[in-house]
Design a binder for this molecule. Structure first.
Ligand code: FAD
Length: 527
């Protein structure tokens, strides 16, 4: 049609402009043959947006930004990058919620996966998301945000099982890492909850993969830090969506009692649903952090609790956080089920706080605080986060050295701590975890501020992160970074350990020119 002709002409023009203005080193004929339907933009505001991320610590502008209309578009773009004499890089950007520029690239094109323009699959396939009620799964676009996945499945009374604490993250972005929250002890991380993927490899091939089909690629991509392909579609298993959530917190002053209880609760994963919690997390309170905790305003204003009333000697406190899902029809038994579980725990008497809310409100809890922080200008600030997987056998040493040592009594943000069961993680995926049956996530979710208080500055917090890593290294605590950030291939090889040879081999197989996700700084492009 005329419209298609006009679009193609405009696109050709855009590509020429790109070549002229930014010197993208591709042969013009190759790009003209691209024939994509999406929009390739060299607009400064598009490029600036793609140069930013949540961390606000790394800033790299791409040569161009691509808004794909389909998976086919992405395949054509990557084919052009792979096949061209000089080459250019291609980085998928989910929602840009990385901390260290992982979705950025300076020698090529950022593909904006989120946003309405990317939801059509092409090849005459139906629009996504698409819920298959009988089969119990949903097909979603790789750039879809989890909040939108949830909204679409809830229309059918269904929901995914494994979550992240925050839902404004893309499916492709979390599946490239692991995707963890308090459900992981029971259901495994999000990468253990995927039936099938459509992936565009670094050669531009569009392949469907699963346990049965192209299984090497399937496992490579899960937790693969974007190194092997761009996820354009994911098939996610669903369960009947619970209606409500009972959300409980309880305090501990003794770390070993706290971890004993957390480990007990996650050991119940094989039990019937009525005999375990649905979510187990926890956090560390080294100052008046609860009151400033952006993750949730649980304790206030409905529960105006003074932490000092539990913390007379000013030591470190630990807060267990659990939930139980239920439906109005089972509301009668929920109290007894919770009571039976709480009876087995040793938290400080009178320190139990309970709230009750709709399932969606619980899952979307962090967003409320995002809105609040944004209104105070406290969201778009640097985030020197540090996420660690610590082996169970050394978590007490970590407590002594870090929570009760290095931190002093300042944190600049929440510190999460919760254990997970390794047997819920598939060892064939690319992600690496400590070599023990149980390991803890410890997450320092800090915000740096430009204030006179030196302990809140980016420099101070970054230095403290290094101190924590050095302490663990010196103490022989064999941890792994989650959402890892390393800058040399040697460090990456160390990070992957036993899995490095396989990771490297997979890279040579699926992205031999190292075009994809160069912002992770694992491989240098071969041009
Ligand atoms: P981006 O930052 O856009 O991309 C991350 C990496 O994945 C990049 O290398 C990118 O190239 C690659 N990538 C993106 N899309 C694709 C794709 N479709 N195919 C292949 N590769 C792709 N994580 C948890 O596990 N649990 C949590 O509870 C949690 N809470 C968070 C809360 C906040 C406020 C923030 C900012 C982050 C949180 N995270 C959490 C971390 C989050 O999962 C990762 O940062 C994730 O990478 C962000 O997703 P994104 O869509 O923004 O990805």
């Amino acid at each position: 049609s005329n419209i298609e002709m006009a679009t193609k002409l405009l696109l050709t023009f855009a590509i020429y402009r790109l070549i002229v203005t930014v010197g993208l080193t591709v042969e013009p004929t190759e790009l003209i043959r691209l024939g994509v339907d999406g929009q390739l933009s060299v607009d400064p505001s598009d490029r600036e947006k793609a140069s930013l991320d949540f961390g606000m610590m790394s800033r790299v502008e791409p040569l161009a930004v691509f808004h794909p209309a389909s998976a086919e578009d992405i395949s054509r773009l990557v084919k052009a990058a792979y096949g061209s004499a000089r080459g250019f890089t291609v980085s998928a950007r989910g929602h840009g919620h990385s901390i260290n520029g992982q979705a950025q690239t300076n020698k090529g094109v950022v593909v904006e996966m989120s946003g309405s323009r990317g939801r059509r699959l092409g090849f005459g396939k139906p629009a996504l998301p698409r819920v298959f009620e009988e089969e119990g799964y949903v097909d979603v676009w790789g750039g879809e945000l989890w909040i939108d996945v949830l909204r679409s499945t809830l229309e059918h009374g269904l929901a995914p099982k494994s979550w992240t604490d925050y839902l404004y993250l893309s499916v492709g972005g979390t599946l490239s890492n692991a995707g963890i929250s308090g459900q992981a002890f029971n259901h495994g991380p999000q990468i253990s909850n995927v039936y099938q993927l459509d992936v565009v490899t670094g050669k531009g091939e569009a392949l469907t993969c699963s346990e049965e089909q192209n299984s090497e690629l399937f496992h490579a991509v899960l937790g693969g830090l974007g190194q092997f392909g761009i996820i354009t579609r994911a098939r996610i298993p669903l369960e009947p969506a619970p209606q409500r959530v009972r959300w409980i917190r309880a305090l501990y002053s003794n770390f070993s009692v706290f971890t004993k209880d957390q480990e007990f609760l996650i050991s119940l994963h094989g039990h019937p649903a009525s005999q375990k919690f649905d979510y187990v997390e926890g956090f560390v309170i080294v100052d008046d952090g609860l009151i400033n905790n952006w993750r949730s305003s649980f304790f206030s204003p409905r529960n105006p609790v003074k932490i000092t009333s539990f913390n007379a000697n000013g030591g470190v406190l630990y807060c267990l956080e659990v939930t139980k899902n239920y439906d109005e029809s089972s509301a009668n038994s929920i109290d007894q089920e919770i009571e039976a579980l709480l009876e087995k725990l040793d938290f400080m008497p009178t320190s139990v706080f309970t709230t009750d809310l709709p399932y969606v409100d619980f899952l979307d809890r962090v967003h409320k605080n995002e809105v609040k922080l944004r209104s105070k200008g406290l969201w778009d600030v640097p985030h020197p986060w540090l996420n660690l997987f610590v082996p169970r056998s050394r978590i007490a040493d970590f407590d002594k050295g870090v929570f009760k040592g290095i931190l002093g009594n300042k944190t600049s943000g929440p510190i999460l701590i919760y254990p997970m069961n390794k047997d819920k993680w598939d060892h064939r995926t690319s992600v690496v975890t400590p070599d023990e049956d149980v390991f803890y996530l410890v997450a320092f979710l800090r915000s740096a501020l430009d204030t006179a208080d030196e302990t809140q500055t980016l420099e101070y917090l970054t230095h403290q992160n290094r101190q924590i890593l050095r302490f663990c290294d010196d103490a022989g605590i064999r941890l792994k970074q989650y959402l890892p950030h390393h800058t040399t291939q040697e460090e990456w090889a160390d990070h992957f350990g036993d899995k490095w040879a396989q990771f490297y081999h997979r890279k040579m197989e699926y992205d031999p020119r190292s075009i994809l996700a160069t912002g992770q700084r694992i491989f240098k492009p071969s041009f």
